[in-house]
Design a binder for this molecule. Structure first.
Ligand SMILES: Nc1ncnc2c1ncn2[C@@H]1O[C@H](COP(=O)(O)OP(=O)(O)OP(=O)(O)O)[C@@H](O)[C@H]1O
Ligand SMILES: [Mg+2]
Length: 230
């Protein structure tokens, strides 16, 4: 995925300014920054949930600038929102089966998701609303995988989760990555993104203010932190 000079507005208010961002096939990239700088706005605009006023988005050589979310999903972009958007009155399995209805053909199917997240198999007949935060996050990721994405957009997947659950998620994301799925992960949890991502983008006030490899991110930590005072 390649976005070029993206400009996104909420009404008259400009939320994103001249954003350039790439996620290559099979790559894990992190997007970090303070609250309210535009991280969620950026990943929503990548999957077409928000219209682009200027700029261009490409997926594997195809121009997706004007494509709505159901088209970008069919082309392989799966979005895992920060509020997870589980259907509360459907069971875990019903939530998952719904995702298979419009899925692209591919290697991810229900049993493989249950193998990745054994906890979901145990909770298959429980309503979405009684799942723990970690289980809901697993369900949201499992549902996205059933679309057979080439790119997974994850908005703060570890927010509010206990460290042991975060570790389980990191292990699962490694397996998903090994299966060839690229990811753009919005995170405040550096421990997680440093363990997973090969590159990092830092946002402030609707702009990308720093980008580089995760090694550079580590060695220039003081400079990066001064840009955004985490
Ligand atoms: N639906 C909306 N209508 C108008 N303004 C919005 C809307 N959603 C977000 N904004 C504004 O756009 C800016 C970026 O918000 P966004 O949610 O993308 O930030 P974020 O980096 O994801 O923050 P957080 O860390 O809190 O999730 C903020 O100033 C926010 O107030
Ligand atoms: Mg956000």
């Amino acid at each position: 995925m390649h976005a070029d000079n993206l400009n996104v507005f909420y009404g008259k208010a400009q939320a994103l300014h001249d954003i350039d961002i790439n996620v290559h096939d099979g790559e894990i990239v992190a997007l970090v920054g303070r609250n309210g700088v535009g991280k969620s706005t950026l990943i929503k605009s990548i999957c077409g949930l928000l219209p682009t006023r200027a700029g261009r988005r490409m997926l594997r050589g195809r121009d997706i600038t004007s494509e709505p979310p159901y088209v970008t999903a069919r082309l392989g972009i799966a979005y895992v929102p920060d509020n997870r958007q589980i259907f509360p009155n459907l069971t875990t399995e019903e939530n998952l089966r719904l995702a298979t209805i419009r899925a692209r053909p591919g290697a991810w199917y229900l049993d493989r998701v249950y193998t990745l997240f054994p906890r979901l198999r145990e909770r298959a007949s429980f309503a979405g609303q009684v799942l723990s935060g970690g289980e809901q996050q697993m369900l949201a990721i499992g549902r996205a995988l059933l679309l057979n994405p080439v790119l997974l957009l994850l908005d703060e997947p570890t927010e509010g989760l206990a460290p042991v659950v975060v570790d389980q998620l990191v292990d699962a994301l490694r397996i998903i990555h090994a299966a060839g799925v690229a990811m753009l992960i919005v995170e405040q949890n550096f421990r997680m993104t440093e363990a997973l991502a090969s590159r990092q983008y830092v946002m402030d006030s609707g702009r990308i203010v720093w980008s580089g490899s995760t090694e550079e991110f580590g060695s220039q930590r003081a400079e990066v932190e001064s840009l955004v005072f985490f």
